[in-house]
Ligand binder design. Structure first.
Ligand code: ACM
Length: 546
């Protein structure tokens, strides 16, 4: 049986890891360059545009259509950011100015005044020029006079702004004045996403992460056009969201974490602030309450939730599969109703994730009975169910979405459910799990799904992954980050980068653009950007970092 985490807690603090990693990375690069080391097989000449101003050599996710050429646009002290008169579009302009002002040192006023020059954000809802852009697409045109980003919706403007960032030199990400020139290569990009759901999950239960830490990750995800933030808000080790009708869930169930630290929880205002901030970056929060297993923190908080009426102690280890809500008891459904009602009321997005994985202490009959009662509760409060793919072994409700975390894509119930209309979010453990070690030497992470180097993470096709299921069943992809071994932002970033960028590209870019050799050149161009942003990433020897 698969186990995501039956592993003792590694308490090593990663002392001076970043310096060590940089040194190792430099040594590996030198070895690859001289043909003397393990990186050589991966270091063959890449099949990519020779011109490194070509967006296809620089932008992740690679845009759907690129017509390079023409005079570049150069930002100057006189550049204005021209925006449409709506508050949302203005917000995107302010955000862009916030990125560009510190490094360029230019005033970059954001103005609703029309003009043919500067950085122009345009919303257009009708007409041939925008009919293919959908809800998130954009067109970016650059020439000597202006950079013009056109979209149907503010989300498209925001994604176009992320492309613009990546077309500018990496130093633009620094927060102190840098020297330019700040050139945007000439040409036209027309870009729409392949999948509607492009997610990243953060497990805030095994270790708690503060609101500023979550915001930092949101900002990093937005750069790659990720549009869903899945928060794993409850598990055996901690309950992380205040629920007024069951206050001890957070105050007691949230009071520790893996390894026995202080834990923590989000007040309702904290959670609202995360939702608001995510919205400002065009990410939708998908909250998860994992049930009926992974519930020790809840069971410890309220004795009456237990079949025997006895509360277990809080748990700070990393085993899985030992806890279950009491399926026959009515109070279980009062609890579920209250939690789902309060969480749904806080959550503007359409989804509520109910977990459902690794319910090893719940019989299959009880599991199915539980899901039969709980899925309608989610619907009653206006949300769409997401469940881990074990839900397909029960009776997924009409419209429910299953999140696949297996390794082979051939599980009979999963494929049958996909054929019968259950939409799938793909998070194969040996591809998309950001908590898997890159190699045996990775100082963080788990390895139950194997080692997941950068190429392994990128080199698969979500549309053809589930064997025998139609591509139309795939709603998108998600990169989960479980936090048994992860307790700081540095840890998050070291495991997420570079891999989350690859999952983002799988979610956004057309299948026809898929090409490891081209991808790793684009990825190499991200390295200086991550350095500028203070992201301590894994310098995989599979990539010839700039
Ligand atoms: C999981 O990794 N148990 C969803």
């Amino acid at each position: 049986m698969r186990r995501r985490s039956a592993r003792k807690h590694p308490s090593r603090p990663l002392l001076r890891r970043s310096r060590l990693i940089r040194l190792l990375g430099a040594l590996l690069l030198a070895a690859a360059a001289t043909g003397a080391g393990g990186g050589t097989a991966e270091a063959a000449a890449p099949a990519v545009p020779a011109d490194d101003t070509d967006p296809r050599a620089r932008v992740v996710p690679v845009p759907a259509t690129v017509t390079p050429g023409g005079t570049p646009y150069t930002l100057t002290r006189r550049t204005a950011i021209r925006v449409p008169g709506t508050a949302q579009a203005r917000g995107v302009g302010d955000y862009l100015a916030g990125v560009l002002r510190p490094s360029t040192g230019y005033p970059l006023p954001v103005t609703a005044a029309a003009g043919e020059d500067g950085i122009r954000l345009r919303l257009a809802t009708t007409g041939r020029e925008v009919e293919d852009l959908g809800a998130e697409g954009y067109r970016l045109e650059a020439d000597a006079d202006a950079v013009t980003i056109t979209a149907r919706q503010p989300a498209g403007l925001f994604h176009g702004v992320q492309t613009l960032r990546q077309l500018l030199p990496a130093a633009v990400e620094r927060r102190t004045a840098q020297s330019g020139p700040w050139r945007v290569p000439g040409g036209t990009i027309t870009d729409v996403p392949r999948f509607a759901y492009r997610g990243a999950m953060l497990d805030v239960s095994r270790h708690f992460f503060t609101v500023p830490q979550v915001k930092r990750y949101i900002d990093q995800l937005a750069l790659y056009k990720i549009n869903k933030l899945h928060l794993h808000l409850s598990d055996d080790q901690g309950w992380r969201i205040a629920i007024d009708s069951w206050p001890r869930l957070a105050t007691y169930g949230g009071s520790t974490q893996v390894g026995g630290g202080r834990g923590g929880f989000y007040s309702k205002d904290d959670y609202r602030e995360i939702v608001r901030y995510a919205q400002s970056r065009y990410l939708t929060v998908v909250p998860e309450i994992d049930m009926p297993g992974h519930t020790n923190a809840a069971l410890a908080s309220y004795a009456r939730l237990n079949c025997d009426g006895v509360a277990p102690p809080l748990y700070t280890g990393t085993n899985v599969g030992f806890s279950s809500l009491c399926v026959p008891k009515d109070v279980t459904y009062d609890f579920v109703d209250d939690v789902v009602r309060e969480l749904a009321a806080l959550t503007p997005g359409p989804y509520l994730h109910i977990g459902g994985d690794e319910a090893h202490s719940t019989s299959p009959q009880d599991y199915a009975a539980f899901m039969d009662r709980v899925q309608p509760v989610v619907a009653k409060y206006g949300k769409t169910v997401i469940g881990w793919h074990q839900l397909t072994g029960a009776r997924p409700a009409e419209g429910a979405v299953a999140q696949y975390w297996g390794l082979k894509g051939d599980e009979r119930e999963v494929v049958a459910a996909a054929k019968a209309g259950t939409k799938m979010i793909l998070s194969p453990g040996n591809r998309a799990y950001l908590d898997m070690k890159y190699t045996k030497d990775t100082p963080l992470g788990l390895d139950w799904a194997g080692y997941v180097e950068v190429r392994q993470s990128y080199d698969w096709n979500p549309g053809a992954y589930l064997k025998g299921a139609p591509a139309s069943a795939v709603l998108g992809v998600e990169a989960p980050l479980w936090s048994e071994t992860v307790s700081t932002s540095d840890h998050i970033e070291y495991l997420a980068f570079p891999r989350v960028a690859g999952i983002a590209e799988l979610g956004w870019s057309p299948a026809a653009t898929h090409d490891w050799d081209a991808y790793r050149v684009r990825l190499a161009a991200q390295g200086p950007r991550w350095d500028a942003l203070g992201i301590d990433f894994y310098r995989s020897p599979q990539v010839l970092w700039e």
